[in-house]
Design a protein around this ligand. Structure first.
Ligand code: ATP
Length: 293
């Protein structure tokens, strides 16, 4: 089955080996509000619990002057919808997603959440409403419990266990010498890639944000781990607006809407069935996979 979606993996390239993009903004995630360029507007208001209706209105953005990566992007995402971004490497999928938590601000146009321009929301309160799960998970040297609780420092023990359960971590925890109190990281037990991802998912269950950005792993996981992660992620995305930088065909097929991004911007969008029927880029890609696998 891996061969089946290998071409999609290839065109999405590997963010992991890429110093910029979402991996670059990981450092910002860790620094959060110490980000120097983005400051609260004087009249910024608190984003209470958002429902997660997202609009990109004529968004133009480039990292450098004179080189626009996104040109007049228009995109409307309903609260609770799951969107899969696909397209060639460098097209701007990660860039689109990194504008939402304001790792960068748009050059032209605006992004609104629940009708409010995100530049008019207090940065910290905006980011409280957005959860990011990526393959390069930030874990610190401490216990499993402490690492999960990082998702919500006020979480009760019961909530931490519940998050671990929903992230399919209970079997792993049972097998560890000190269970939930096992120290991980440099001085403790090393977790596998799949286990780290489930830790990140557990945190998100605790954080409970209405908006989720998912940078899907391209690294190979064994089938069983893969299935567990898929299941936990699909449960996590329930009732949240979810933006996936997608690499796996299963994720793409299950999305409410697929957005194909290329150099020209949003090239096409629709469900898997619709895009296959329309005979565009997505359908050519899909047929090529059948032909060569
Ligand atoms: P991939 O699937 O390879 O991650 P992508 O579609 O997510 O690709 P982006 O990572 O958004 O594409 O990159 C879009 C363009 O912006 C690329 O040309 C890339 O080189 C450039 N870019 C991305 N991050 C930065 C950055 N921090 N500084 C300068 N240029 C950047």
């Amino acid at each position: 089955s891996n061969i089946f979606f290998r071409p999609i993996e290839k065109i999405n390239a590997v963010i992991e080996s890429y110093p910029k993009g979402i991996a670059g903004f990981k450092r910002y995630v860790e620094l959060l509000d110490t980000e120097p360029d983005i400051v609260d507007a004087k009249d910024a208001t608190e984003a209470k619990s958002l429902s997660g209706d997202i609009r990109f209105n004529n968004v133009t953005f480039g990292y450098e002057q004179g080189r626009d990566i996104l040109k007049s992007i228009n995109l409307s995402i309903r609260a609770g919808e799951t969107i899969a971004f696909v397209g060639p490497s460098g097209a701007g999928k990660t860039t689109i997603c990194s504008l939402l938590p304001r790792f960068y601000d748009v050059d032209k146009g605006s992004i609104t959440v629940d009708g409010k321009d995100i530049r008019k929301l207090k940065l910290q309160s905006l980011r409280k409403n957005i959860g990011i799960v990526q393959q390069d998970v930030f874990l610190f040297s401490g216990t499993i419990r402490q690492n999960i609780a990082y998702g919500d420092l006020k979480a009760t023990d019961e909530q931490i266990w519940e998050a671990a359960r929903r992230a399919s971590l209970l079997d792993m925890i049972k097998q560890l010498p000190d269970g939930m109190d096992t120290v991980i990281g440099e001085r403790g037990v090393k977790l596998s890639g799949g286990q780290k991802q489930r830790m990140a998912i557990a945190r998100m269950f605790l954080k409970n944000p209405p908006i989720l950005i998912l940078d899907e792993a391209t690294s190979a996981l064994d089938t069983e781990t893969e299935a567990m992660i898929q299941k936990s992620l699909s449960e996590l995305s329930q009732g949240r607006t979810t933006l996936v930088i997608a690499h796996r065909l299963a994720t793409i097929k299950n999305a409410d809407r697929i957005i194909v991004v290329d150099e020209s911007g949003i090239a096409e969008q629709g469900s898997h069935q619709e895009l296959i029927a329309s005979g565009g880029i997505y359908s050519r890609l899909h047929h090529a996979q059948y032909q060569y696998s």
